[in-house]
Design a binder for this molecule. Structure first.
Ligand code: IVH
Length: 669
């Protein structure tokens, strides 16, 4: 086997270890569930291809996490394993086929179907009816003894006085937090499961008590002799013993019916009080379960049929109209919160007015929402079957919801079509929403890069009348800020430092920071190259010569019109001039003969010790170009950590030089 395959495998195992710990032990994942599952899948597929690779830290050997040192360890009498996953009908058919083969019997199987609650499992041992040990799953063999924490959960009986309760029985179930309770603490945890896990394993049970955790029981671990025949009967006994079981539990007799039920359930899960990430199917007959037994990490008699990790259904509660920096009115659907692949989604963009008309999206509709990768969640389609009889078409506002100005859809002379986006016609700072967005843009990374002043702070300072125009940032009363809640001496001094630092700014960043429609960073650079200094740039404006910029390669009619419209507004011009008095706007000095002359670069993956922005500026300072896609014209693809495979593969196939960050530095020296 090739050495790189081995190295690649080891790297993935290391990553898995890190994320597994964050996911289970610290309850604070850095990557999405989908990415975590993908990582596990990649490792398992490498192991399948090259069995000699297999490491003891492989996900095939590890279930969950090592118990925390905060608690006494407790060895489970019966291992707490996880479930194998199924994603489609084929996986289910395969699961059933294996059962038939194992039993050497093709008789139809009956399944107990239960929602797979997305919380964390816990085990409760009752000795003669008394709750004696409460334990977390831990790594499946050993968990943490968290009896006192579990006892704070109201749904867990401390004593069971029912004659038919076996003398010793270990009841297992899921500890979770309801969606409505999660909403109150959603700023502290990524999703309800992390919240449940973090809260349950607090050192101090008093802390656990503060969050209303719930418990739903679904299976047993160790059990004394009993005469219960089916899992569905056991679920009924659990109720009889005082536990809460899911009201959605069902018995289903064929794979086709399982698939139908799964489809229906996936569409209505947003209406449940708690997060469910799939359905669990268990062979209903307990004797058959015993015969089937376990593989090394999962039972042969059960499977988890997961819901999609990149889409879900939910109901639109309202449609908000957001006003962007350039006046664009963006409709956003406020939906009942739904967990898509580990992220709780309660907003989904509807893009623009035309999209609403085209899809006839209405308040009250049940819609399919997609959340894939880093893309903002968006509404894919309406489920018309679920539309309520009294639903009304959505009337898109004709006036700006922020300032009441006229809105318009621009006519594009080239395409001879009206723009899909409706815009507020107010270009200046009179429209509150536009003004706030302009200030947010002004401080953003590629603009003035004031990192101590985030978007939320801008909103707060706006409400407090501290900032109404960008120049107000440089006239803040730090004394007043230090009296605000949440502002300590250090944070005020950090803010002051980053504001002062931002005063030194290049001309192109300054032009970009003004937030003129159609003037992105690239166009700002071209204009800065042309005007060379801020005073020249202001002269061009004052002498009404903006139309002369048409001679510059890259600037077209659209950009000129936009510049003219922007500076026709006296407030915009005043803001520009005021800022010029405060800031140190550097002239544009271009080095046309640097080391990277006529060379183009693209970066992929995370760079070490340097930000993307700084790396790009280094290239440009040395006369190189940054491009945004891999084409034949690209000279170098610089790869950092975890580069995008697609880009690397494409570069390889086009014969483009691929260099590491280190090699790229060496090119410079
Ligand atoms: S049965 C040996 N039933 O899913 C299998 N598990 O990946 C024992 N879960 O660790 C689990 N709802 O945390 C079972 N109705 C249910 C469940 C359920 C949620 C969780 C549980 C388990 C994980 C399996």
């Amino acid at each position: 086997m090739n050495k790189t395959i081995e190295q690649n495998y080891k790297k993935k195992i290391k990553e898995f270890e890190k994320h597994n710990k964050l996911y289970h032990q610290k309850s604070s994942p850095l990557i999405s569930d989908k990415e975590f599952d993908e990582l596990k899948r990649e490792i398992l597929s490498l192991e399948k291809k090259y069995p000699s690779l297999k490491n003891k830290k492989s996900p095939s050997n590890i279930v969950g996490y090592k118990p925390s040192k905060n608690f006494q360890k407790f060895r489970h009498k019966v291992q707490m394993l996880s479930l194998a996953n199924a994603f489609d009908k084929d996986d289910l058919l395969n699961f059933e086929k294996k059962i038939h083969n194992y039993l050497n019997d093709n008789t139809a199987i009956e399944y107990s179907v239960e929602p797979k609650i997305d919380g964390i499992s816990a085990s409760l041992t009752y000795l003669n009816g008394k709750l004696t040990y409460g334990v977390s799953r831990g790594d499946g063999s050993e968990g943490e003894l968290i009896t006192d924490n579990l006892k704070t959960i109201k749904d867990i009986p401390h004593k069971i006085e029912k004659k038919n309760l076996p003398n010793e029985i270990e009841i297992r179930g899921e500890v979770f937090i309801e969606k409505k309770d999660f909403e109150k603490i959603s700023d502290k945890f990524a999703n309800p499961r992390n919240a449940a896990s973090g809260t349950l394993r607090q050192k101090n049970p008093e802390e656990t008590k503060k969050i209303p955790l719930k418990f739903i029981a679904y299976t047993f671990g160790f059990i004394d002799d009993h005469n219960i025949e089916n899992q569905s009967d056991f679920l009924n006994e659990l109720k009889n013993w005082g536990f809460i079981t899911s009201q959605h539990n069902k018995v289903i007799k064929s794979i086709d019916d399982l698939v139908t039920f799964h489809n229906q359930f996936e569409e209505k899960r947003f209406d449940l009080e708690y997060d469910v990430d799939g359905l669990v199917y268990k062979v209903n007959n307990l004797q058959l379960q015993t015969r089937l037994g376990f593989t090394s990490n999962a039972p042969r008699w059960a499977i988890a049929h997961k819901f999609s990790a990149d889409h879900a259904y939910s109901e639109i509660i309202n449609i908000d109209i957001q006003v962007g920096r350039t006046g664009a009115l963006t409709p956003v659907a406020k939906v009942k919160p739904v967990n898509i692949g580990g992220v709780v989604v309660s907003n989904a963009t509807l893009h623009n007015e035309d999209e609403i008309i085209r899809k006839d999206i209405r308040i009250g509709d049940t819609v399919k929402i997609e959340r894939a990768g880093d893309v903002i969640p968006h509404v894919l389609e309406v489920d018309l079957k679920k539309r309520k009889k009294n639903s009304k078409k959505f009337n898109f506002p004709i006036k700006c919801p922020s300032c009441g100005s006229r809105t318009e859809k621009e006519f594009n002379k080239t395409t001879k079509k009206y723009d899909a986006v409706r815009r507020c016609t107010n270009e200046g700072f009179d429209c509150e929403k536009i003004a706030i967005e302009k200030i947010k843009h002004f401080i953003s990374k590629d603009a003035l890069n004031i990192d101590g002043l985030g978007k939320k702070v801008v909103e707060k300072f706006w409400d407090l009348n501290f900032i109404k125009y960008p120049q107000d940032i440089y006239n803040l009363n730090y004394k007043k800020i230090s009296n605000l809640d949440g502002w300590g001496e250090q944070s005020v001094s950090n803010l002051k430092f980053s504001i002062d630092k931002s005063k030194d700014v290049s001309l192109e960043r300054f032009i970009f920071a003004l937030g003129i429609r159609h003037i992105g960073l690239e166009n700002a650079k071209i204009i800065a190259d042309f005007s060379k200094s801020i005073s020249n740039f202001l002269d061009i404006i004052h002498q009404n010569k903006l139309s002369e910029l048409i001679d510059i390669d890259g600037i077209g009619d659209t950009q000129i019109k936009s510049l003219e419209k922007f500076f026709k507004n006296k407030i915009n011009l005043k803001v520009t001039e005021e800022l010029n008095k405060i800031l140190e706007i550097k002239n544009r000095n271009i080095n046309y003969n640097g080391k990277f002359k006529n060379k183009s670069f693209m970066f992929t993956g995370k760079l070490n010790n340097i930000s993307r922005a700084e790396a790009k500026s280094l290239v440009e300072k040395n006369s190189g170009n940054i491009v945004s896609s891999v084409t034949k014209k690209l000279d170098y693809l610089v790869i950092g950590d975890k580069p995008t495979t697609r880009k690397v593969d494409l570069a390889k196939s086009l014969g483009i030089k691929i260099v590491t960050q280190k090699e790229w530095f060496e090119l410079l020296n």
